[in-house]
Design a protein around this ligand. Structure first.
Ligand code: ZN
Length: 311
């Protein structure tokens, strides 16, 4: 295993596909996830254990998860909207789950049909499920704080609300907290300020940041998060993604461009850029008509480019 400076979790198979109109055939999902793993990505969020009646893309979640779990050297995680989803994920063999909890009350009702308080109670039930499991195969539970930098429904989200919610979720005994700009409202100064404030409150429990590139600030926000001490970032191949229950939300930070930026800066990701672009070709072939983003895939690597390890 290569040494890694910044951990990237590829969320395309979950965040990306949840907002895609066409169903990606199960075999194509498996081939894509295999190619993502072969590129060296250390973690893949493979699916969502949401009710398939709500998002048909994830009807095959258990089968996709089972396939991803056979791939060597990659951690497989999944999004769960509630306790039932957590139980389904655990039954499918998933060990790392993310429960979204909105900092915006309006987004919480739209996204999970619960108030923020009710979703924190759901988190407590999932932590209790984990605590009832045997040691080695235990779930690791992450609270994903959605709309932490603003909300298309509510508008501004007070930073005090976000900090308080991070502290409340950390106090439940979760394994980690992730902070998300679900709708692409964040700017780098805000990212540095809020992450520093949350870090002061819950320390290293704040493990991951998740940005959307809706207004083109995705990479800048990733860099600001790194400068504030975050060492794990989510991103999505070809910038697919968006929350179907947050109007106006669009693509995630583009994995290919993020890997390029970090490697060019001398920060090791463990990802082979050539193989990453091969995985992108599989994705593009499997989703004809979808909108794909990315600069590196168009421009190619600079002449003489050397990744971080060779620097
Ligand atoms: Zn997202």
């Amino acid at each position: 295993m290569p040494e890694i400076d910044i951990h990237i979790c590829e969320v395309g198979p979950r965040d990306g596909l949840q907002n895609t109109k066409t169903f990606m055939p199960t075999e194509a999902k498996k081939a894509w996830i295999s190619a993502l793993a072969a590129s060296g990505l250390p973690e893949i969020e493979a699916c969502s254990f949401v009710n398939p009646k709500l998002i048909a893309q994830f009807t095959d979640a258990a089968e996709v998860a089972a396939h991803a779990l056979t791939l060597p050297g990659v951690e497989v995680s999944a999004l769960v909207p509630n306790l039932k989803g957590a139980e389904r994920a655990a039954a499918a063999g998933i060990r790392r789950i993310i429960l979204p909890i909105s900092a915006s009350e309006a987004h919480s009702h739209s996204n999970v049909r619960k108030s923020v308080d009710e979703q924190v109670a759901e988190l407590e039930r999932i932590v209790a499920l984990r605590d009832g499991q045997a040691g080695a195969g235990r779930l690791r539970v992450v609270a994903g704080i959605s709309t932490a930098f603003g909300c298309t429904l509510q508008g501004a989200v007070p930073e005090a609300d976000v900090i308080r919610l991070c502290a409340r979720t950390a106090a439940t005994g979760v394994n980690g907290v992730s902070i998300a700009d679900t709708v692409g409202y964040a700017n780098p100064v805000q990212v540095r300020r809020l992450i520093s404030a949350v870090r002061a409150e819950i320390g290293l429990k704040l493990a991951t940041a998740h940005f959307h590139n809706t207004r083109g600030l995705g990479l800048a926000n990733c860099l600001a998060a790194i400068e504030a001490g975050v060492m794990s970032l989510d991103s999505s191949m070809a910038g697919l993604g968006g929350c179907p229950y947050a109007p106006g939300a669009s693509g995630n930070v583009i994995t290919e461009d993020l890997v390029f930026m970090l490697e060019a800066m001398g920060l090791r990701t463990g990802v082979n850029i050539g193989r990453l672009l091969e995985a992108r070709a599989i994705l593009e072939a499997a989703l004809p008509g979808a909108e794909f983003y990315g600069h590196l895939s168009k421009a190619g690597l600079p002449k003489g480019f050397r990744p971080a390890e060779a620097a």
